[in-house]
Design a protein around this ligand. Structure first.
Ligand SMILES: C=C(OP(=O)(O)O)C(=O)O
Length: 356
């Protein structure tokens, strides 16, 4: 599947598709091109269709007085500015090189721009713009990104419905295709705070747009991403690391390539058990249809020529004879020959008699 395919207008589904997975490398390269290339390779090995980085300069993203609002024990920092400053070394040249590496590896390149300058050079490298939850109220920036004319992936973390609706309106006014990613802006998100019920809620409120999920829970057994898929997320984004034991801010809650493989494996089994969502009896149930269902059976001996009444009939397994669904038809027919008690009735045992 191509990244742009996820923006197709949702139609009633008869099969839950395998979602499009974006490995969110963010700044987990920590300024090393070697690690960035490794992240690309491992995301592809894990089965992700896209890898996403983040492109920012601390000075345009946060003022010096910008308190960190996350658990700073993982990467002690006094302010957001100080943390971003540590990770803002990659710029145009680095991302161009990483895009080439993605092309050679066969995985889509993405990076979330956090300022206008990076949006301009990233525009040459990507088919889709990602807008982070933190920019959902950033009307001027959203409009500038829309002006590139590309589909938009917008995360909805920390937003009330009216704020989501407003941002959707700005994007719709510009005419860009849009996918909305449910997101909880809390790192790591406790499973019980993942609020995955917001995925069907987004589908209900914005049926004209594709819906996905940007996940900040711990990877554990990847059941949260699986549940998100079952609830209707068709694009998934989750932090990605080559080494989850590293001390940095975004490594400890990230998935790695083994988590990703595990996710696709368990999802394949789950989706096989979901099936195609069409109501029908299955071929595997044929023996049960023939042997566990019932037939009309004589409740007592019935002499030839007798008009069949309710007292002559009962219903028992197997379903080799006349189905009890034909009960009304059988009442009033006549026995074509003597019928023993406990006989499974067939049409050849009966005449229409007065019912003809
Ligand atoms: C932080 C980002 O997004 P989200 O709000 O989905 O976490 C991002 O895209 O860089």
């Amino acid at each position: 599947m191509k990244l742009t395919d996820i923006f197709a207008v949702p139609t009633p589904e008869t099969r839950i598709p395998v979602p499009y997975v974006i490995a969110e490398a963010g700044v987990n390269h920590e300024g090393s091109m070697e690690i960035a290339r490794r992240l690309i390779d491992e995301a592809a090995e894990g089965g992700a269709q896209a890898i996403k980085f983040q492109t920012y300069k601390a000075g345009t993203l946060a003022s010096k007085d910008s308190p960190a609002y996350w658990d700073t024990s993982k990467e002690p920092t006094k302010s957001q500015y100080e943390l971003f400053k540590k990770h803002d070394s990659f710029w145009k040249n680095e991302f161009e090189a990483l895009k080439k590496h993605c092309d050679a590896t066969g995985i889509a390149f993405m990076s979330t721009p956090f300022d206008v300058e990076s949006a301009h050079f990233l525009n040459d490298l990507m088919d889709v713009f990602k807008i982070s939850s933190s920019d959902i109220t950033n009307k001027p920036f959203i409009r500038i990104l829309c002006d590139f004319g590309k589909p938009i992936l917008l995360s909805t973390g920390a937003a009330h419905l009216h704020e989501i609706a407003e941002a959707v309106e700005w994007i719709e006014e510009k005419g860009n295709k849009l996918a909305l990613l449910h997101c909880v802006l809390n790192y790591p998100t406790a499973d019980e705070h993942a609020a995955l019920g917001m995925i069907p809620a987004l589908k209900r409120h914005f049926p004209q747009h594709a819906i996905g999920y940007s996940d900040h829970t711990l990877p554990k057994d990847m059941h949260i991403l699986e549940t998100a898929t079952l609830l209707g997320a068709r694009v998934l984004e989750k932090h990605f690391s080559h080494d989850k034991s590293l001390p940095g801010n975004d490594h400890y809650h990230a998935m790695d390539k083994n988590d990703l493989r595990h996710f696709f494996e368990r999802l394949a089994g789950t989706l096989a058990s979901v099936g195609d969502m069409n109501l029908r009896a299955l071929p595997e149930e044929e023996p049960a249809r023939r042997h566990a269902r019932r037939s009309l059976v004589t409740a007592r001996a019935v002499p030839a020529g007798t008009e069949i009444s309710a007292a002559d009939l009962t219903w028992k397994r197997p379903a080799h004879g006349i189905s009890p669904r034909n009960y009304d038809e059988v009442i009033g027919m006549r026995a074509r020959h003597d019928l023993d008690e406990d006989m499974v009735l067939h049409w050849s045992d009966l005449d229409c008699g007065d019912k003809a």
